[in-house]
Design a protein around this ligand. Structure first.
Ligand code: SAM
Length: 273
């Protein structure tokens, strides 16, 4: 599966490439992401436009940067525990914004499980980062924090992946111009739904193993919808990806009440305050 993946970073190794640059090229598509968030908000809120976006688990804050580029009124904040990717983002992404855009973005070192998250019209948690919360009560605490932080008519957008292939120990590889990206599904335990994944890169004919690793619980769409409703969201809608002619995802997500069984899928869940 997987065009988009990520989560907790492993110890910094001396690598002959910029791991965040390769990660960004391999798994992120922030320009498309912000366009989807905007359209989704306008669809659900009948044409009303969101102004403030908060990117939880922001890493380098690539989405926060694209949000302030999209409209002169937009403001964004990115939240992460780890200063390393945020410093990378300040140096490599935020520094490339103009002064006005820079004045409308802030990356903040904070635990999303702590209270007082910055208020927003849109909160997003993508690339499945919340999968690192394995206990229901902990994930519920995070969702409650998000609910409390959202403005009136706010939305919470999170992505999720699944499909029968996610339970197999397989390595998926994608060739890019200067490197190869590997998504390695090492283990899955049906008793706990916990799974362990690694990202490797091949660069200049050498494979660098375990550049990023992910120790996750595979949550399901109904579990997440139930939790969103439990913390107070009025509704939770699912946006399912359409297919291309080869049977892969086409990058177009539409709201639906019925999915389809497939080897690998990605969807968005939208919590409506
Ligand atoms: C690999 S990243 C995701 C980066 C980015 N969102 C993306 O799409 O690629 C997951 C991030 O979650 C952060 N993180 C983990 N637990 C967190 C928590 N409790 N509060 C805030 N950030 C957390 C990690 O430091 C890490 O940067």
């Amino acid at each position: 599966m997987a065009r988009k993946k990520n989560s907790s970073l492993i110890a910094t190794k001396v690598l002959p490439f910029d791991k965040y640059e390769l990660y960004n090229k391999a798994v992120q598509s922030p320009e498309d992401d912000v366009q989807f968030y905007l359209e989704c908000y306008k669809e659900i809120r009948k044409g009303k436009k969101p102004i403030t976006l908060r990117e939880d688990f922001c890493g380098g804050g690539a989405i926060s940067c694209e949000w302030v580029k999209l409209d002169k009124a937009h403001k964004s904040s990115g939240i992460d525990l780890d200063p390393e990717p945020m410093d990378y983002g300040r140096k490599n992404y935020i520094s490339k914004l103009n002064d006005d855009q820079q004045s409308r973005i802030a990356l903040i070192k904070k635990d999303v499980l702590s209270g007082g998250l910055p208020t927003a019209d849109l909160a997003v948690a993508v690339n499945f980062s919340y999968f690192l919360f394995k206990k229901r009560e902990i994930l519920k605490k995070y969702f409650d924090n998000v609910y409390q932080s959202l403005n009136h008519k706010g939305l919470f957008i999170l992505d999720i992946f699944g499909g029968s292939q996610c339970y197999d120990a397989i390595e998926d590889k994608t060739k890019h111009k200067d490197f190869t990206y590997y998504w390695d599904q090492q283990s899955y335990d049906p008793l706990t739904n916990e799974a362990y994944f690694e990202i490797h890169f091949r660069y200049k004919n050498k494979k660098y193993e375990n550049v990023f690793s992910y120790d996750w619980r595979m949550w399901s769409i109904p579990e997440l919808k139930e939790l969103l409703i439990e913390v107070g969201f009025q509704d939770a809608k699912v946006y399912w990806e359409g297919s291309n002619r080869q049977g892969g995802g086409n990058g177009v997500f539409k709201q639906t009440d019925k999915g389809e069984s497939c080897l690998s899928w990605i969807a968005y869940i939208v919590g409506i305050k």
